[in-house]
Design a protein around this ligand. Structure first.
Ligand SMILES: [Zn+2]
Length: 199
């Protein structure tokens, strides 16, 4: 192929990727990534990737607690916490032992007992760009292990009041962090889950 044909092919792929994004039928994030890397000038790659990412999860996340409707959610992202911290998460109120569902496809990165969070799960998104964090869990689902691949909607745990939730204050504490290094699952920039879940 000559250079003109190559350029045409790249533009065509870019257009197809945009159409896919627009209709929410992104079957494989890797395809979109490689296309945008080719089609976009260097300085725009990071911004484009993040915008694409947020748009994709906007269309793709489910409320990670069984039976909870969108209109029952309350935006608690900027609520203040002890020691000057902000909440940076959403609290989803639900009865004890309600199934907690994987918000999206991904991999269980860490099962962790934390003083504040109690029984917790860190899940890496399928494209390795985000960490989903689930806290105050009563217990894990049977067979859940670190490294396990989970599908969106799969039961991964049950709602509890462990950690600093307060006895009887049953809810799921759920946060989403954009991570630059998927191995450093505890680092990242939290984004507000509320607009991504409230549709
Ligand atoms: Zn919380």
């Amino acid at each position: 192929m000559n250079r003109l044909q190559v350029l045409f092919l790249v533009l065509l792929l870019g257009f197809v990727a945009l159409v896919w994004l627009g209709t929410g039928r992104v079957s494989s994030p890797k395809v979109v990534e490689s296309v945008s890397s080719v089609a976009q000038p260097e300085p725009q790659i990071t911004q484009t990737t993040q915008t694409t990412q947020i748009k994709r999860i906007d269309q793709g996340l489910i409320i990670p607690v069984a039976g909870v409707r969108s209109d029952q959610l309350v935006d608690t992202f900027t609520a203040s916490r002890a020691e000057g911290r902000t909440h940076d998460a959403i609290d989803i109120i639900a009865p004890a032992d309600t199934p907690v569902l994987a918000a999206a496809d991904g991999t269980i990165t860490k099962l962790w007992q934390s003083e504040r969070g109690g029984t917790t799960i860190y899940q890496l998104s399928a494209d390795q760009k985000m960490i989903f964090y689930y806290a105050h869990l009563a217990r894990y689902a049977d067979g859940l292990t670190e490294g396990k691949q989970v599908r969106q909607g799969e039961v991964i745990a049950y709602v509890g009041d462990t950690g600093n939730a307060g006895p009887g204050n049953y809810h799921l504490h759920f946060s989403i962090a954009i991570v630059s290094d998927p191995k450093r699952y505890w680092e990242g920039t939290n984004i507000n889950p509320y607009p991504l879940l409230h549709k």
